[in-house]
Design a protein around this ligand. Structure first.
Ligand code: AMP
Length: 630
């Protein structure tokens, strides 16, 4: 069957199509109804079915591949490597589940996981899935204020963390950041479970903090059965940035997600049981959830969990792992490839990469020179895929497992099965059907399995934010601009909102602005994303200092800039640190007081700022222009 026919069936006969996909996973009770779309935009998948993500990722494989590798952990930061078979993973996950239960965690309770890339993080996620607790993994690069807002929103009973992580050989102590976050949050966890890697000293809070190793020792023989969950129960929440400073808890189900991942492993990634999958992402991002932990394991593959940089000890490390573990499918981000591109290309030829069938890249636009360089170097197909935290799996790509449609450079591909992707005019809501007409990329409901159910504890925000942004139409907005060419291939042209994408990491400019404004020397600030050849975009801040002499005093400006950057590091984490903080006496605003971020961005990128008839004082933009020239 060609892809066109496969896709058509998914749209025109969704119940039959997804019932078939549903057979890729194991159910305790088979679903009674495939799709319940009676309360749009809330779509319920595989209603009446009971299953468990951990069962499908681990237990299910014990029959056929108990001794095969399941989790391959490699840390070039601590120089350690460890392979867990499915049997060992099963054992560790049961121990962790028993530990969480001993700390009072039950079905529906939240467990916040703030961890570096160590096996315990995967054990904790799978243990939550096993007992029906809702995990909420927070990226380890975030600092105390970002973490506090997530603790506040998720209200976890238990937080799982570690003494620290390591990046480029530099230890990052997690525990003080966590303690500070708990202090800032009005919600307090009942217990904190800590993996001690002996990287950073830890102070324990008596009665609240528990060490992993001794508690694990008490549960070595634990047998904790999988809790059979409704398909529509909540598996996890993951926070993502939006237009406001408050992060959104993207909430996902159990059954729909399991089916979506199983189907994508077959139709998109073409990974087979017994093979090895290597995703270079982090468990703190959605890619890490779907394609480091759940997806590959559900497919019976070994998954590599890598703590380290792509260029340490040298730029051959990834390819060394591909050779050693016979990786067949790899997943990374364009930024990482751009980092490798600056290194000696001989590293691409040093190892035997014959096992590799494809490299998937996602998270940000893939530029042609990067794609060509890696494609020529590896000699395997490079598959761009476009998706979001909200979707959980690719929205646009090439489903090579169905048909090897040719890829086009610059385009992530065509809509995946189950996704009704359209381009609409941003203000009239009219569908744009002519080739290359630019509009907002939207998805018509019902959204496919695996897609977010709602915003955690805020259905109203889910509807208002995502489904009511286009006038007169209830469609899901991706908040991306896009076009579709005459052959049906889509091209993504950047965000329509104030979200920026730095090295594949999604950040809200509002969050960074709020952090900078909290500095006592800053009166007002605007943060914009500016094109960057390495990271795709970087954040640039323009601030009005309380003391106007800073504007003309270069030394004072440099000092304040450094202080502001340090503050952002402490509050949000280094990922959110702006590349520059410049000081101005005025910010460009409309007469109604709205910041003209897009005009600032255009000026920073040397583009025409467009229509400025609404600007209150054009000299504000001139100041920025002059600063940029310096
Ligand atoms: P996140 O939710 O962090 O995965 O970020 C999702 C956003 O990243 C999307 O809305 C796009 O703006 C961008 N993005 C992700 N993948 C791609 C891609 N393959 N090409 C272009 N932009 C992408």
């Amino acid at each position: 069957m060609g892809y066109a026919e496969f896709y058509r069936r998914s749209i025109e006969q969704p119940d039959e199509f997804w019932a078939e996909q549903g057979r890729l996973i194991e159910w305790q009770t088979p679903p009674q109804r495939v799709c319940d779309d009676s309360h749009p935009p809330f779509t319920r998948w595989f209603v009446g079915g009971t299953t468990n993500l951990c069962h499908n990722a681990v237990d299910r494989h014990l029959k056929d591949r108990a001794e095969q590798p399941a989790l391959i952990w490699v840390s070039t930061e601590t120089d350690r490597e460890r392979v867990y078979s499915f049997r060992e993973l099963h054992q560790e996950v049961q121990r962790t589940a028993a530990m969480l239960q001993a700390l009072g965690v039950g079905k529906g309770d939240r467990v916040l996981i703030y961890m570096p890339m160590i096996p315990e993080a995967a054990f904790a996620m799978l243990a939550c899935a096993r007992i029906g607790a809702i995990h909420s993994v927070v990226f380890g690069g975030f600092a105390s204020v970002s973490l506090a807002s997530r603790i506040e929103d998720a209200e976890p009973r238990v937080i799982v963390s570690a003494d620290g992580g390591s990046r480029a050989g530099k230890v990052i102590a997690y525990k003080p950041l966590l303690d500070e976050a708990i202090r800032l949050s009005s919600h307090k966890p009942q217990a904190v479970l800590l993996a001690d890697r002996q990287l950073a000293p830890m102070e324990r809070v008596a009665g609240r903090d528990h060490d992993w190793a001794p508690l694990r020792d008490k549960h070595l023989d634990a047998q904790v059965a999988c809790e059979w969950l409704q398909s529509t129960d909540i598996s996890y929440t993951i926070y993502t940035s939006g237009t406001t400073g408050r992060p959104k808890g993207v909430q996902r189900d159990v059954g729909g997600y399991a089916v979506a991942l199983a189907a994508s492993m077959q139709h998109i990634f073409q990974g087979r049981a017994g093979e090895t999958y290597f995703s270079t992402s982090d468990i703190g991002w959605v890619v890490g959830h779907s394609y480091i932990v759940y997806g590959p394991l559900i497919a019976g593959m070994a998954t590599i969990m890598y703590e380290g940089l792509p260029i340490r000890p040298d730029a051959g490390i990834w390819w060394k792992l591909v050779e050693k573990y016979k990786v067949t499918v790899m997943f990374s981000a364009p930024t990482a490839v751009r980092v490798l591109k600056k290194q000696d290309p001989a590293f691409l030829k040093k190892y035997d990469l014959s096992s590799l069938r494809g490299l998937f890249l996602a998270g940000e636009p893939l530029d042609e020179p990067t794609a060509r360089w890696i494609s020529d170097g590896l000699g395997v197909p490079i598959i761009d895929n476009y998706w979001q935290t909200e979707s959980g799996w690719p929205i646009l790509t090439i489903a090579g497992g169905v048909e090897r449609k040719p890829a086009k450079f610059g385009s992530p591909g065509v809509p995946m099965y189950g996704y009704k992707v359209k381009i609409l005019h941003e203000s009239t809501g009219e569908e744009l059907t002519r080739p290359n007409e630019k509009g907002v990329v939207v998805i018509e409901g019902p959204t496919p399995p695996g897609f977010m159910q709602t915003v955690w504890r805020d259905d109203e925000r889910f509807v208002r934010t995502y489904w009511q942004s286009i006038p007169g139409k209830q469609v899901y907005s991706t908040f991306d601009w896009g076009i579709r060419d005459a052959d049906g291939y889509f091209y993504i042209l950047g965000r329509t909102d104030d979200v920026i994408n730095v090295a594949g990491h999604r950040l809200g400019t509002r969050e960074i602005e709020e952090s900078i404004s909290s500095h006592p020397g800053v009166a007002e600030v605007a943060v914009v994303g500016v094109a960057d050849p390495m990271k795709g975009q970087v954040a640039m801040a323009f601030a009005i200092p309380k003391d106007s002499s800073v504007i003309t005093d270069a030394a004072a400006a440099l000092k304040l800039e450094g202080d502001v950057m340090k503050l952002v590091d402490q509050q949000l984490g280094a990922v959110a640190r702006p590349s520059r903080v410049r000081f101005v006496s005025l910010l460009p605003k409309t007469r109604s007081g709205k910041l003209l971020r897009r005009a600032i961005q255009a000026v920073c990128e040397g583009r025409d700022p467009g229509d400025l008839t609404t600007i209150e004082d054009p000299s504000a933009l001139q100041q920025i222009k002059d600063l940029i020239k310096q």
